[in-house]
Design a protein around this ligand. Sequence first.
Ligand code: SAM
Length: 187
Amino acid sequence: MLQGILHYAHYLLEGSIDKNETVIDATCGNGNDTLFLSNVVGKNGHVLAFDIQDDAIIATKQKLEENNRTNVSVIQDSHANLQAYIPTNEFLIGGAVFNLGYLPKSDKSIVTKGQSTINAINTILQYLKTSGLIVLVVYHGHEGGEEEKQIVLKHVMKLNQRKYHVLRYGFINQRNNPPFIIAIQKR
Ligand code: SAM
């Protein structure tokens, strides 16, 4: 069966992340992916969850509290500054997820941007475990979305194929700028 975009994103992450690992939610928003990752790594794993806006940080913390999660650090900062949260050179990231775009039902002018997304991807790739995945769900129908989509695509299409597998997955007969997935696997 073909899987919907969000199901497929979770399927990829679940299949590549192991218990007890440290993983990244680069755009935590309402905390749905954060909670999912928290389950996948288990209570001895760790999730670093980033977002820049107050609403997202509040919503994510609330979701984690409601679900009694203690294995997540919610960080109000841009994922472009991720390097500052890497404790040692030997640090290993088990996997990462990005949901590009704006927070639903919130300020539509606060959106992810191509250059900061690329900065974060590059930092994560340095510390990603072998066979680990970065999964990006690319929403691009909003203002600025097409520009970010092009910047990110151009960047990932140039990643060295000897080091990374890069996949694009999406439905090509849907209306209204359907989201798609970019998955980058470290070889
Ligand atoms: N995954 C989220 C969920 O489950 O609800 C939805 C994420 S939403 C599509 C995109 C989020 O990215 C917004 O909450 C926005 O504030 C955040 N964002 C925008 N630029 C960012 C940046 N530079 N660093 C981290 N988060 C950012």
